[in-house]
Ligand binder design. Sequence first.
Ligand SMILES: [Zn+2]
Length: 234
Amino acid sequence: MKPNSHIELMHCPHCHSSLTTQLKRATSLGYPTFYCRECLSSFNEGTGTRFNFLEVFTDIVFQVLMGRLRYKMMSLRDVADFFLLRGCEFTHETVRHWEERFAPLVTEQLRAKRRGTMGRNWHVDETFIRVKGRWCYLYRAMDEDGNLVNSLLREQRDMESAQVFFEQALEMAQTPPNRVVTDRLASYPRAISEVLSEAVIHEPGSCLIIPLSKSIGGSNTAIIRPWALGRLSR
Ligand SMILES: [Zn+2]
């Protein structure tokens, strides 16, 4: 975010006191700074957040993330080159650093917006894929309209993985589904009945092919970025 001409006094991020004063000096990017009369420390809008000490405006960082999230064919270098045309100079390594640092925050925000919005009929499958050189199982659940309910990367395809997957799906959906169609994996019936509810109808179907792109944001490419799917858990 660029510096705002309309400044409201901030509560101190260190002691949460409201006894703060705006200082005359600004940060190198022009953001206002404040002083806390309670704990005698100075701070700015980014203090105490992951956005502190950035060398560019935060809206530039979000535009970079947008480029990488929305246009998956753009490489790290493509994004850095594109912003150089606009007069913003940073390396592809910086783009990588921002992506690792901030993309999980964006992913979590998107998950929060999706929470509780999915349908009551789920299709579940798992795919064996390679992420960052490691083979793992990508569990996915979609509702009847093709909306993503949950995705999870696991190294093992076992009962524990299925249970963790359905726990997360239930947390996202807030309500158990009426029906779950699966690809007949042996661990699903018990995991569905124990984690979701015994009342949920389990319908073993034929192997369902959910396009990989469906679970990573709707692009036609199958590039997998681990943070878009959640942390790989064993
Ligand atoms: Zn303070």
